[in-house]
Design a binder for this molecule. Structure first.
Ligand SMILES: Cc1cc2nc3c(=O)[nH]c(=O)nc-3n(C[C@H](O)[C@H](O)[C@H](O)COP(=O)(O)OP(=O)(O)OC[C@H]3O[C@@H](n4cnc5c(N)ncnc54)[C@H](O)[C@@H]3O)c2cc1C
Length: 389
């Protein structure tokens, strides 16, 4: 992956946005358990940061995925994971399928305002019955005249408290579970949509995560993304950007935490010397930086293949798996060297420890990533046959 002056210029724009519009407010947003998504997304949209790799016809910049990757990477300099996650939902989770397979009319109505930052969107796949097992979702969309009538519920929906529309996966047929689902854009103000109370989370405190209930929600069939029955397949493709985004978003945050920990360990003395002079500590910092660089290489390679149109299921799953584990390792190790300070709520290592824990669960848990990797390696055992009596 060769980063050009254009990439660096975009990186500087993101950095200024983070320094000016996010970091001065982020502690208050974390304390309040909310951030002003509409206000912030509007500012991001004005800078073009919500449509870097989306088509120009809908207000995007029309650039390749490497530019979006740079945006995601630099958003990692936010002092809380909640904000990059909320922005990532808008750019890399709720809109890739719409951008790729949506009709022109649907893109004008829903994608263009998302790119402009005039609306906030959510991806609504998970349910209480189907988080890891996406095929097991129960929400149903039945055709009625020119509409779909949707019934069911969604769980763990990021941005839901502020969302204007949801990219929702529902069962639209009786066929095999991988061929009976459809992605549908559901305006959040539709009659019958109820956004449940915010879930009190371990981390990502400024981001809102809510259940969503759908009771006879009527949306026009033209809100369907692409062909009916192809939703599961589209979501699997959409997951690739989500997983690359998740992995990329950890890089700068980990580097920054390592740097902050080094600075602290230079200042803090025990037994008459700076903490950093203990070999166990400076070697650990060196090891962690090496691991971050390895992850960066994997992420960049996956992005390069994605841009070339190669199937990146394997590399994106590996990158997500590695990022989740490494982010836990980095935050845990750094927290240790801050001593008691690391165990206080607002400490940067403590916040990273809480926030990054999600990456090994959300968007496909570590075990799901391993299942995909093993399947592609040809070593995943097939489904066991039921014993015959
Ligand atoms: C803060 C937050 C934000 C989220 N945002 C969104 C969102 O915006 N939109 C959305 O659709 N979803 C969202 N999710 C849901 C997230 O994707 C799911 O939580 C995740 O996919 C795991 O599903 P689950 O919670 O139902 O866990 P389960 O499916 O019940 O799995 C529990 C655990 O069991 C293990 N496991 C599961 N299956 C296997 C297996 N086959 N082999 C071995 N181990 C296994 C894993 O360790 C897993 O963590 C969010 C979740 C959180 C916590």
């Amino acid at each position: 992956m060769k980063l050009t002056e254009e990439h660096q210029s975009l990186r500087r724009t993101v950095r200024e946005f983070v320094d000016k519009e996010i970091n001065p407010h982020v502690d208050a947003w974390e304390r309040d358990g909310a951030f002003p998504a509409h206000e912030l997304f509007k500012k991001a949209g004005k800078l073009g940061l919500l449509g870097v790799n989306k088509p120009e016809a809908y207000g995007g910049m029309g650039l390749d995925y490497s530019y979006q990757m740079v945006v995601t990477e630099e958003l990692g300099m936010c002092h809380a994971g909640a904000i990059p996650m909320a922005l990532g939902v808008q750019t890399d989770m709720a809109t890739p399928a719409l951008s790729r397979w949506g009709s022109d009319e649907l893109k004008r109505e829903f994608l263009a305002p998302a790119i402009a930052g005039e609306v906030v969107c959510s991806i609504a796949v998970s349910e209480t019955s189907g988080g890891s097992d996406v095929a097991a979702i129960k929400t149903v969309a039945k055709k009625d005249g020119s509409d779909y009538v949707i019934n069911g519920s969604k769980m763990w929906i990021t941005n839901a408290a502020q969302a204007d529309w949801l990219c929702l996966l529902a069962n639209t047929g009786e066929g095999p579970v991988h061929m009976n689902k459809t992605l549908i854009i559901v305006p959040a103000k539709s009659k019958g949509v109820t956004i449940g109370p915010k879930i009190d989370k371990l981390g990502m405190r400024a981001s809102d995560t809510c259940p969503v209930f759908l009771d006879n929600v009527r949306v026009p069939q033209k809100n369907r993304i692409g062909e009916e029955g192809m939703g599961f397949m589209m979501q699997m493709v959409q997951f690739q950007e989500e997983r690359l985004c998740g992995a990329t978003s950890t890089l700068r945050g980990m580097e920054s935490l390592i740097d902050q920990t080094i600075a602290y360990c230079k200042e803090r003395h025990t037994f008459g010397q700076p903490l950093i002079d203990n070999q166990v500590i400076h070697f650990r910092m060196g090891e962690l930086r090496t691991e971050v660089e390895c992850l960066r290489s994997l992420v960049y390679r996956a992005a390069e293949d994605y841009i070339a149109g190669t199937d990146v299921t394997m590399l994106a799953s590996m990158a997500k798996l590695k990022a989740g584990r490494l982010a836990r390792e980095v935050s845990d190790s750094c927290l240790q060297y801050w001593g008691g300070m690391g165990f206080t709520w607002d400490n940067p290592a403590a916040r990273a420890y809480r926030d990054t824990r999600l990456l090994s669960i959300g968007g496909g848990a570590d075990e799901i990533m391993l299942g995909i990797i093993c399947k592609l390696m040809g070593i995943l055992p097939g489904k066991k046959k039921k014993p015959t009596s």
